[in-house]
Every structure is written in C-alpha cells, then in structure tokens.
Design a protein around this ligand. Structure first.
Ligand code: HSE
Length: 427
C-alpha cells in the first residue's frame, strides 16, 4: 500500500484537528484510497506547549524549512498563517517537489496568482478548500460541481465572527460593543480584529471566489469593503420593522462581460424571505446564481477546528487521488438498515371523522394505549356539518407505535377518510 507522509507548518487548533483525524480515520483512507496517510512532522513555535493530541518529540520541530525540504515528506499542510514567511515556505515546498494544502486566505488573496503558477511550473498541487467558508465545500462546488455553469453572481456571509455579532445584536438587543465582547470571550475574533470587523477577512475570501468564477485576481484595494463597526442596534431594529436583517454580505456579480464584475463587502439589509437571512450565529451561507442550475444555496460552519479540518482533509484526499490513490471501498458487511419502526420523533396526524360523541375519547384512548402522548389537539367542523377534522401533534414516539395507531383508527366506523400522518422535524 502506498504511503503518503504529511508535514505540517503550524499545529494550532486546525492543525491538531487534522492530525487527529488522519490518525483516527486511518482505516477510512485505506479503504477509500488504498493509501496510508502518515502525519510525520510538524513545525511549531514551542516544543513544550500543551497540546490536545499526543505527540512524540520526534514529531515536532522548530524548523519550518525542515518540513518543506524533508526528503520523506510528500505533502505540506500550511496552517502557519501570515503572509511573507508562509509564501516563502510554500514556494520552497514547491521547489522541493511537494504539493501544499492551505487554509491561508490572506496569502492566496495577495499572492494566489504567483503561487498557483509556481505550483503549476513545479508540477505539484496547491489546494485551498479551507480558505473560504471553512467546512462549506465552496471551492469544489465552483471548480468541480458547477464547472459547466456560467456563474452570474455569488452573495455570501463569509465571516462568521461578524455574523455572530450581528445575530446577538438582533436576537438579544445587545449593543455592538457588548456583542463584540461576547465574540472575544468565545475566541471568535481574529488576533488582528480588523480582519473580522472591517470586512477584510470576507474580502479575502471574495477575491478567491471571484478568481474561481472569472479567472482574474483583483486587488483587494480595488473593491469596496466595509465592515460592521457602524452597525448600531437602532439600524437592526429599523431593518426588523421592514422585515429585514442586517448581514455582512460579500457580493460578486456580472450581468454582462462589458460591464465588468461588481465586487463588494458591505453590511446590507436582507429580506427575511431571502435564504441568507436565516444564516445566523457563526454560520456562513452562500447563494450562487448560475446559468444552468439557477440558484444553489450552501450553509455551514465557516470556522473552527472541525469544519476547517474537514476542508483540509478533503484537499489531502484530492492530493492522494491525484497520486493514483483510489479504490472502490470494500462492502461493509456490518452495515444494515434500521427498522423504520424504531425511529423516534414527534408526529402530526389528521383524522377525518363522523361528528358523533365518544369519537375523540376513542382516538385519545388508542393513542395512550400505544404509549403516545398528545402535544396539541384541535378540531374543525367541515362545511357539511356532519364530519370534523381532528388535527393533533404528538410528543416524540416510536414510528412503529404511530403505525399501530393509524391501523387501529383505520378500522373504526367513524373514520371518513384515510388517516394522514407526517413526522415533525426538529427546529
Ligand atoms: N475570522 C474568520 C471568521 C475565521 O470569523 O469567519 C474563518 O475564516
């Protein structure tokens, strides 16, 4: 079995998440790719720092060049952040025949053109799924899934921190400063706060998306970028009165080629009926308009250990596939379908009945004898005045028990139509 050795530049929150998943899912990579992926060495700032994963001293180094020049490392995961040194290390990795996976949106935004060309010349890959919207696979959606589409526009909430702040202002009536304090406490705000609060982080991601759609790197200085510092609670309340929410929206749009590409990051009023209005807290959401599919919408977590690790892992897998690592996974003989009768969830029922006494009590009796508790119940007379619709919802109960209730009621002579049963999804 082919072995792929991975070296890390930086082993912070995301790096440790990726390292952990590479080890804990070793059998998955073997089964899906027929490769063994080995996290071999990580360059860190401190060897003694306490980390969440177990590492031996041989797995850590203070020397970044040791990673990018290491004869046994095949793939470099760049999670060190910053621009100049990260660029230097990335170019050195390419020179040494190593592909690089990165989450460094600022670096790609500033030097993407040069880095992608350098990777191409060196015959290696430069992969950056984790750089935009964390766990949402937007890069692969634009590059692969929608590749046959002409993208007319993308509008997205690409910065989770500012979305978290705006959501708390909206939902709890907090001032901007109070909500920012909450975000700081949770460690959401970047060390350079301006990246989140002045729209710069969202703009970095927008530049990358614009490149993917229109194959041109626009300088960030040429686009209108406004952050959320000027959004006051009174603006949020005024927007709410008009049935809108205020969100930090990154937009790219091209109506026709002559007109050029509109790019901006700005706090914007979003109608409640627009999907982006439902993207709250630290979530990201992206709406794509393209010529063949029409509207596509993606939502998910845009930051944090697990979502960002997920994106980095998908690039690692892409690299492995590019190296010939592919396999039809062996059939898992242990897997089986769960019987639907064992599913537990709440239900809605509509029962059309003859309007005679004792009917309701018979129905509630059938429900309780099948261990089902009613949550709400209402009865509506039908226009014929002889029949009524009983609409009820249940607390969580077993699907098998609801089936029994349905068949017992179906036997009753008071029933006028087929019993309707729908599951109720969680909020
Ligand atoms: N600061 C970024 C955000 C982190 O809040 O979305 C993920 O890029």
């Amino acid at each position: 079995m082919k072995k792929i050795n991975v070296g890390f530049l930086g082993l912070g929150t995301v790096g440790q998440g990726v390292w952990e998943q590479l080890i804990s899912k070793a059998s998955v990579w073997e089964n899906k790719l027929d490769v063994q992926i080995d996290p071999k060495l990580a360059a860190v700032r401190s060897l003694d720092k306490k980390r969440d994963i177990e590492l031996t001293t041989e797995q850590l180094t203070l020397d970044k060049k040791a990673i990018v020049t290491h004869p046994d490392i095949d793939l470099v995961i760049e999670l060190m952040g910053g621009i100049e040194e990260a660029k230097e290390m990335t170019l050195l990795a390419f020179k040494n025949g190593k592909s690089v996976v990165t989450a460094n949106k600022a670096l790609i935004c500033e030097h993407g053109e040069e880095l992608l060309e350098a990777a191409n010349r060196a015959g290696v890959l430069y992969l950056y799924e984790a750089s935009v919207a964390g766990g949402i696979p937007i890069i692969k959606v634009v590059q692969e899934a929608l590749v046959g589409n002409l993208i007319h526009s993308i509008q997205g909430i690409l910065n989770g921190t500012s979305n978290y702040i705006l959501t708390r202002m909206e939902n709890e009536g907090l001032s901007y400063e109070e909500a920012l304090g909450g975000a700081r406490k949770l460690g959401y705000v970047e060390q350079d706060e301006s990246l989140d609060l002045d729209g710069v982080d969202a703009a970095h991601k927008l530049i990358i998306l614009t490149y993917l759609c229109f194959h041109k790197w626009f300088p960030i200085s040429d686009i209108k970028v406004e952050g959320i510092r000027d959004v006051a609670l009174k603006d949020i309340r005024a927007a709410a009165r008009q049935k809108h929410k205020i969100k930090l929206i990154a937009t790219l749009r091209q109506k026709d080629a002559d007109e050029g590409v509109h790019c901006s990051v700005r706090p914007s009023l979003v109608p409640l009926s627009n999907n982006l209005a439902s993207v709250d807290d630290a979530f990201n959401g992206i709406c794509i308009q393209s010529d063949i599919v029409g509207t596509s919408f993606l939502i998910g977590r845009g930051a944090g250990r697990h979502p960002t690790s997920s994106a980095v892992l998908s690039d690692i897998v892409d690299y492995c596939r590019n190296q010939g690592g592919r396999k039809i996974p062996e059939s898992d003989t242990e897997q089986k379908l769960a019987p639907s009768s064992s599913i537990a969830q709440p239900y809605y029922m509509r029962i059309e009945v003859e309007d005679t006494k004792g009917v309701l009590s018979e129905i509630t009796q059938i429900l309780s004898s099948n261990d089902i508790s009613i949550s709400t119940i209402e009865q509506e007379m039908n226009s014929d005045q002889d029949t009524a619709s009983i609409m009820l919802t249940t607390h969580e109960c077993l699907d098998g028990n609801i089936d029994k209730v349905k068949s017992e009621i179906s036997e009753k002579s008071f029933l006028k139509e087929k019993v309707v049963v729908f599951p109720i999804l969680p909020a």
